[in-house]
Structure formats: structure tokens, C-alpha cells
Write a protein that binds this ligand. Structure first.
Ligand code: G6P
Length: 579
């Protein structure tokens, strides 16, 4: 969703801001803009993608600037609604990530006092309120404005002839990058990695006064110190490195993501938390919800531990009985619904654990403890290596709870993931790319694996796909089966094999083409299906991983065959920071 960047230093701000915005593109956006500070504010704002416009020719002068990628919430995507927004005089400009819930009331009051509004956004009220409080001291004006706002914000504000950026954060992420005689600000670390590894994570309620040489942070009116942390991601991680898409690169990085996460292990506190938990609830959204469901199946079937899994967006309004350990699973660590659920769990006295890929992200600030996945930065909107690293983290928890029962399996699992990366799936792609509807089916943990397969297919190919428990298809979806409706069935050996084969035969009898993922050498299955994709003969934990990777590849190649924008699918955002 919206992303913000800021720069102050000795270099021209515009190219740095534009480069920074490109690094934030992965979050999802529909328009963008920048402003630089000189004796006036210079402004460029545009609907559409950065690469679609004449953005290379943007040359606003100035060594201080702010920029924004907008994902429309209040007001359609347009040049005018794009950030930065300015006050009536055009001498104050700001970019905002978040939502101002009381903007309508504030706008009415401001219009009543003579302010002229240019846009339909909630953000513009902030610029006019700062204008009312501005007497030459921008920090003071921002400090007086913030208590009037209800909602969430990460803000960067500049004023003409004022050599500062004022940054503020409440419930939306904001990080500062400390360079050599220059400072950067951004919604996340991606735009900062090519400039510095020294990062300050702002906290809720912080206001930062940023000059070229220094940053001073205030909270509740008093100066506070926030630690400078070193990040271990590097700029190579955010380059495509010869792959056609970030998603392809990230799919191929999965053996490493899994291996690194397993190698990092658990700290003693986290291990104790999982070993001693009487009740365990996982809360997550999207792909992370699917990893949580897989964990539930594995924990219940392999270790006999009951697990509850909740969708983040439901949790806040319909909370389950809250007791024991609550685990928030979120690759970005910024998903608003997951964060809201976690806060609620804390209010009810639960112990809380965050599983995330992003050091310093908001979820790590809320939870009692964090288990950091080691996937490295993920740029493709559709989660792939973060999913696999989440599974690694969750399997580590399982292993700790079961006294190391899976340690050996987990230490070798990356090899099997590597093996399936090169599977030939062109026949399966050929069946899917012409379809309007596709079903993914499985049983046990392969049911949420199927849900994830369907989500990937929807996200990036725009083909309607549903993930179903294989036995459920006859309770309705059978009405949709035709020779044009492929069914992808995950059918590993084990207790459900026989019933899966029966289900597949039922679907075939309705003329649906079947693509089956089964164990290498399973001739019986190969003979009854249209396309057979072999998986290595491994432990069930590993089958979950290899099946998931094959389904990612199927979506990826189908989307490529349909010439979709794989890394930036329409309407989607990687980091969903609004409810
Ligand atoms: C968005 C992303 C998904 C992701 C979901 C939850 O919808 O596009 O890929 O699974 O958010 O994100 P989280 O960061 O909490 O895992």
C-alpha cells in the first residue's frame, strides 16, 4: 500500500526520491509524486505507474525532498489526489501513509475557516491544519496538529525555506536511514538498502526532526533516543539478478530461505513459550493464514496439540476466547488486521509471539517475542519464499514442542525443495492457461496447500481458482466441472491416498481434466490422471513444501503464458496497512 520516502543531504533529492519510490513499487500503488524544497515547494504528481510516465525527465531542484506511492482509499487515483499535498499557500507539503478517520469533520471546519481544498483525500486536512499552526517552526506546528487527528499515520512534512524534514509515526511504519552527512526516511527498509545499513525504527508517537547531519526524536514532548540498528539485508537482495521476474527469483531462493530459517533456530524464550503453551491460537491473513492452517494440521496430526487458527480481519470483531499463547504470522509485520488482533490478545493477557520476515516491523514491537524468518527481502507481491520461510519457522516450533523429533527431516528439507524447482510442468500450464475456473484439492495439510495454490493462481493469473478439501467438491462445485475446468489434486501417499484416488475418479467421471501431484513412481495415479507431476518420496513435512513449490511454479508459468504483470498484479498490495 502507500509508501513514503524522504531525503535530506548534499545530493540532488529528485533522483534519489524516484529511485526510492521504485523500490517501494512492490507494495502496490496507483499513483505517485514528489516534492522538493527550495525557496518554494516544487511538486510533481502523477496517476499511474512510475515506469509509465515521463518520470525520468522529472528534475525538481533541491537537496531536501519527499515522495509517495499512493494506493487510493479516499478519492480515485488521479494526479490531484496523488501526494504530496500542500496547504493553501503551497509552502507546506507532506506525504502520508495511513488513514485519517475524522477527516470529514476536520475538512468541514477548515473549509468554514476559509481553507481551499484541491483533492478528495483525507490527507489534505493535515496540510491545512499544519498551516494554521505554522509560525516559522515546522516541528511545533506538526506537534500541535497531531493530537487533532484520529486514525493512523506515517508522515513526512517539509516547508519552503526550512532545512528540515519533520517525520511522525502512529500506527503506520516509518524507518530512518542514517547516511554520511545525509538522512533518508521511508515506509520500509527497501529504499534505504543501497545507501546505508544503519537504520532507526521510529516508534508510535515519535516525531523526528531531520536535518542533513542529525536526527532528533521526540515523544510526548521530550527528546528520546532510539537505537541505531544494523540491517543484514543488502542491495543485491532487491535486484532481479538475471531472472525474468522477482517472483521467479524468489521461488528459486526457497531452498535457501528454508535452510537459513531452520539454521537460525529458536531462542530459548521462544522455545519455552511453545513448549509450555496450554492453548495456542494463530492469527494471520492471506498466504500467512494458509501457513497457519498447515501448521494446525501438522501439529494436530503429528504431535497431538490442538491449535486454533483465526483470520486477522475477523478476530478483532469476533474474537475467540482468548487464553494461552497467540502467534501472529505476518511476512511484512505490518498487516493492520493481524496487528489489531495481536493488540487485542495482549489486552486479554495472552502471551504473544510474532513470526515475521522484517526486522523492526510493527509486529515485532507489539509481540512479547519474535521469531524472525530468514527469507531476505521479498519484492513480488505474491508471497513465495516468505511462505516457505514461515513454514520453516512454524516447523521449528513443532520440532521444539516435540523434543526435536523432526530435526533431521528439517535439516535436509531444502534439498527436496531444490529438486522440484526444475520440474517440467508445461503440460499442466497448457491446461490451466485457457481455463476460466480451476480447482485445487487436497486433504489434511494438503487442503490449505491447495488453498494457497488457488490463491497464487488468482493473484497473478487472474483465473478464478478455488482451494477445496477434496471430499467437499461433490457438495456443490461438482456442478461446475466440465472438460474446461482443470482440477489440480495433491495426492501424496499415506492414510488419505485411497480416498483421494476415489475423489479423482469421481472428478474424472465429470470430465474434468486432472493434474495430479503425487509421489515419484506412483504408476497407479499416473495412469488415471491427465498430467502427473512427480514429487520426491519424502516425509509429510517435506511433501507439504515440495507440493507448494510446484503449485507456485504452475501459477507463475500460467501467468507468464497469459502475459500478466506477475510481480505487480492489478489491485493488490504486498503490505496491507489498512483494515
Ligand atoms: C497481502 C499480500 C499477501 C499476504 C497478505 C498478508 O494480501 O499480497 O501476499 O499474504 O497481505 O500479509 P502478511 O504480511 O501479514 O503476511
Amino acid at each position: 500500500m502507500c509508501g513514503i520516502v524522504g531525503y535530506i543531504g548534499r545530493r540532488e533529492a529528485t533522483p534519489l526520491l524516484m529511485q526510492g519510490l521504485k523500490r517501494l513499487e512492490y507494495r502496490g500503488y496507483d499513483s505517485f509524486g514528489i516534492a522538493t524544497m527550495g525557496s518554494d515547494i516544487n511538486l510533481f504528481k502523477k496517476r499511474g505507474r512510475i515506469s509509465d510516465s515521463e518520470s525520468d525527465a522529472v528534475a525538481l531542484a533541491g537537496y531536501v525532498g519527499i515522495g509517495h506511492t499512493r494506493w487510493a482509499t479516499h478519492g480515485e487515483p488521479s494526479d490531484i489526489n496523488s501526494h504530496p499535498h500542500t496547504d493553501c499557500s503551497g509552502r507546506i507539503a507532506l506525504v502520508h501513509n495511513g488513514v485519517i478517520e475524522n477527516y470529514a469533520e476536520l475538512k468541514k471546519q477548515l473549509v468554514g475557516r476559509g481553507h481551499r481544498f484541491a483533492s478528495e483525500t483525507d490527507t489534505e486536512v493535515i496540510a491545512h491544519l499544519i498551516e494554521e499552526h505554522y509560525n516559522g517552526d515546522l516541528r511545533e506546528a506538526v506537534e500541535k496538529t497531531l493530537p487533532l487527528l484520529k486514525g493512523s499515520y506515517a508522515l513526512l512534512v517539509i516547508a519552503a525555506d526550512d532545512q528540515r524534514i519533520i517525520a511522525a509515526r502512529d500506527c503506520s511504519p516509518l524507518v530512518l536511514g542514517i547516511g554520511d552527512g545525509e538522512l533518508f526516511a521511508a515506509s520500509d527498509m527497501m529504499p534505504l538498502l543501497e545507501h546505508t545499513e544503519r537504520i532507526v525504527f521510529m516508534e508510535d508517537g515519535d516525531i523526528a526532526e531531520i536535518t542533513a547531519g542529525e536526527v532528533a526524536i521526540y515523544c510526548d514532548g521530550a527528546r528520546v533516543e532510539r537505537p541505531v540498528e544494523l540491517v543484514n539485508w543488502c542491495v543485491e537482495d532487491v535486484r532481479k539478478g538475471g531472472f525474468a521476474h522477482y517472483m521467479q527469483k524468489e521461488i528459486f531462493e526457497q531452498p535457501q530461505a528454508f535452510y537459513e530459517t531452520i539454521k537460525a533456530g529458536l531462542d530459548d524464550h521462544v522455545a519455552d513459550m511453545i513448549k509450555n503453551a496450554s492453548e495456542i491460537t494463530l492469527v494471520a491473513c492471506g498466504t500467512s493464514y494458509h501457513t497457519a492452517l498447515i501448521f494446525k494440521y501438522l501439529a494436530e496430526s503429528l504431535c497431538n496439540i490442538p491449535i486454533r487458527v483465526e483470520v486477522g480481519s475477523e478476530f478483532k470483531y469476533y474474537p475467540p476466547p482468548l487464553k494461552g499463547l497467540v502467534i501472529a504470522v505476518s511476512q511484512s509485520g505490518e498487516t493492520a488486521d493481524t496487528l489489531a488482533a495481536l493488540k487485542m490478545a495482549k489486552v486479554h493477557g495472552c502471551s504473544t509471539l510474532a513470526i515475521t520476515n522484517v526486522q523492526g516491523s510493527t509486529v515485532t514491537r507489539i509481540a512479547d517475542r519474535t521469531l524472525l524468518m530468514r527469507a531476505g527481502p521479498e519484492i513480488g507481491v505474491a508471497a513465495t519464499k516468505s511462505y516457505t520461510a514461515q513454514l520453516a519457522a512454524l516447523m521449528e516450533l513443532l520440532d521444539a514442542r516435540c523434543e526435536g523429533a523432526f530435526a533431521d527431516v528439517l535439516s535436509h528439507a531444502h534439498l527436496a525443495i531444490g529438486e522440484v524447482l526444475l520440474r517440467d510442468i508445461q503440460q499442466a500450464v497448457a491446461l490451466c492457461k485457457g481455463a476460466e475456473h480451476v480447482f485445487f484439492v487436497g486433504r489434511g495439510p494438503f487442503y490449505p496447500v491447495s488453498m494457497e495454490g488457488a490463491l497464487k493462481m488468482k493473484e497473478i493469473s487472474y483465473i478464478h481458482a478455488e482451494g477445496y478439501a477434496a471430499g467437499e467438491l461433490k457438495h456443490g462445485p461438482f456442478a461446475l466441472l466440465t472438460e474446461q475446468t482443470p482440477v489440480i489434486a495433491v495426492c501424496p501417499p499415506g492414510s488419505t491416498y485411497g480416498v483421494m484416488v476415489s475423489n479423482i475418479k469421481e472428478m474424472k467421471a465429470r470430465r474434468a481434466p486432472i493434474i495430479a501431484l503425487g509421489t515419484d513412481g506412483d504408476k497407479e495415479l499416473e495412469e488415471i490422471v491427465d498430467v502427473f507431476i512427480p514429487l520426491p518420496d519424502t516425509h509429510p513435512l517435506v511433501q507439504v513444501l515440495t507440493a507448494s513449490v510446484v503449485l507456485q511454479l504452475l501459477s507463475y508459468h500460467t501467468a507468464c503464458a497469459l502475459q500478466r504483470d506477475v510481480d505487480k498484479p492489478r489491485n493488490l498490495a504486498k503490505s496491507v496497512t489498512v483494515e
